[in-house]
Design a protein around this ligand. Structure first.
Ligand code: NAP
Length: 468
């Protein structure tokens, strides 16, 4: 029983918070609550039976160091004040009104896993894909596991100048024997082993100084066995605004990128497969009889002041033969049932992490963090600061949040009454152990389950339905 009159956040009257989404921003929100100095009970809800969000389904399999952050997340999940509710989705097993009735506050941390479109003719032709689908496919995301990518095509176009575009190029080009040592899914390995891709075109609408990729990732394109980055010499000539951008200490990354690109351009052309880097070009139309055959690229010029130059179409077009195209032009969040959504920005409207209702006023008890709050930018660690900001706002609001809230016991009772199988963190550890054992048989760190029923079977001690 809670002592009447005790302050919310005291041992007698703990603050009960549900965090929805167990990617980086969700885990960092939990951590900020644990570090708040208040008595808290935090429940971490995840629609899938497995945690970590984009760390599991977004980070490239050949970048295992980036995934090591899961050790920190495991420490957070194992804190006795925290409980993991896997296989419980907002708007699926529990709706928004019910959550707000059970908890003092709810923090939405559902990220951004949908893709943005180019909005050009031919975008729905077979052979045209969202990079996010390809990434989800090789990383074993259940929704993407059954997708097919026609890797019998020799020429592939990847659109976008961000790190996801680089990940896609690298996975397409990397020797399969190197990928075999990672936790990439077997279905992707099989398809990549039979790949006939011989030529990759990485196409960006702005110049080398404005590209968003990071130097470490860009450098990796230069060390892919059997491949050579190819850049037209004139592509690295800079306009005056771009030259002045290079003087901005805040854009130090751009200078490093340019140095790497100049190194690529200076290499004598060898008899290797080309990975063309095209700048100031953008697909204007996609053509093909029944499937993608040709990408029409339109030259772009840069307009605007230094630091804010945008790509403007020039009308000059050329055609490129390609049978496969991945658009890697950014992620987008999905609207959640029962909550406001800014469809234009692709985010949940908020002020300092407090969710805003349609009339612009604060929606009591609702908070937001991570990519669904600020858009799909930054690295994993960026979410820590974001979640600290949101939790600070929540803690400021404590007097207004005070009420009787039953928290996890009532949530569990609701789910059990509906006959729903909740996946606890111990269950997840059983899934992870089973994935490691499957991996051992294939000399890989892990072979992920790619179907939810198989994850549930492993969670609850049953035999996996699908052998690796
Ligand atoms: P991103 O970094 O925002 O890059 C998106 C790219 O798409 C930009 O080059 C953008 O050009 C371009 N674009 C947008 N709309 C376009 C259009 N209509 N036509 C042509 N080009 C268009 O996004 P991302 O690559 O998806 O990455 C998301 C976040 O995850 C980033 O913060 C990234 O650093 C991070 N990430 C990190 C790693 C890593 O650390 N290894 C790996 C993967 C992802 P403009 O700049 O002109 O808008």
């Amino acid at each position: 029983m809670e002592a009447a009159g005790s302050a919310l956040g005291s041992a007698a009257h703990p603050l009960r918070v549900a965090v929805v989404g167990s990617g980086p921003s969700g885990f960092y929100a939990v951590e900020a609550l644990l570090d708040s100095g208040r008595a808290v009970e935090v429940d971490l809800l995840e629609r899938l039976p497995v945690p970590y969000g984009l760390v599991r389904f977004g980070v490239a399999p050949d970048h295992p160091k980036l995934k090591s952050v899961t050790a920190t997340f495991d420490g957070i999940a194992c804190d006795p004040r925290v409980r993991f509710f896997g296989n419980v989705g907002l708007g699926q097993e529990v709706d928004a009104d019910r959550l707000a009735a059970l908890y003092h506050a709810v923090i939405v941390a559902t990220g951004a896993d949908a893709d943005r479109r180019l909005g050009i003719p031919g975008e729905d032709l077979p052979g045209v894909h969202a990079a996010s689908d390809f990434v989800g496919w090789y990383n074993g995301k259940p929704e993407c596991a059954g997708l097919q990518f026609d890797l019998s095509q020799e020429a592939v176009v990847v659109v976008g100048q961000g790190n996801v575009a680089i990940d896609v190029c690298r996975i397409l080009a990397k020797p399969v024997d190197e990928l075999r040592r990672t936790d990439i899914t077997e279905h992707a390995l099989d398809a990549l082993a039979a790949s006939r891709v011989r030529e990759i075109h990485l196409v960006g609408r702005r110049g080398p100084v404005q590209a968003k990729w990071t130097p470490k990732e860009l450098r990796e394109l230069g060390v892919l066995p059997g491949w050579q980055p190819v850049i037209e010499p004139h592509a690295l000539e800079l306009d005056a605004a771009s030259r002045s951008e290079l003087d901005d200490p805040a854009l130090a990354q751009a200078a490093k990128n340019l140095e790497i690109l100049r190194g690529f351009a200076a290499r004598p052309r060898e008899a290797l497969r080309p990975l063309f880097l095209h700048f100031q070009e953008c697909p204007a139309a996609l053509h093909g009889a029944g499937r993608l055959q040709e990408v029409v690229l339109e030259a772009q010029c840069l307009a605007g002041p230094p630091g804010a130059q945008v790509a403007v179409p020039t009308g000059r077009r050329r055609a490129l033969s390609a049978g496969l195209l991945f658009r890697s032009v950014g992620y987008r969040s999905r609207a959640l049932p029962g909550l406001p959504f800014d469809a234009r920005q692709g985010t949940l409207p908020h002020r300092d992490g407090r969710v805003l209702a349609a009339d612009g006023g604060v929606l009591p008890r609702w908070y937001v963090t991570g990519w669904i709050k600020r858009g799909p930018t930054g690295v994993i660690g960026t979410n820590r600061l974001d979640s600290v900001e949101t939790v600070a706002a929540l803690l400021q609001d404590l007097p207004a949040l005070d009420a009787a809230r039953p928290g996890r016991t009532a949530l569990l009772a609701t789910l059990e009454a509906a006959g729903h199988r909740v996946v606890s963190f111990e269950h997840w550890l059983a899934i992870e152990q089973a994935e490691r054992e499957r991996g051992q048989r294939l000399s890989k760190p892990a072979e992920k389950f790619v179907r939810v029923p198989d994850m549930l079977a492993a969670a609850h001690g049953g035999a996996a339905a699908s052998p690796p």
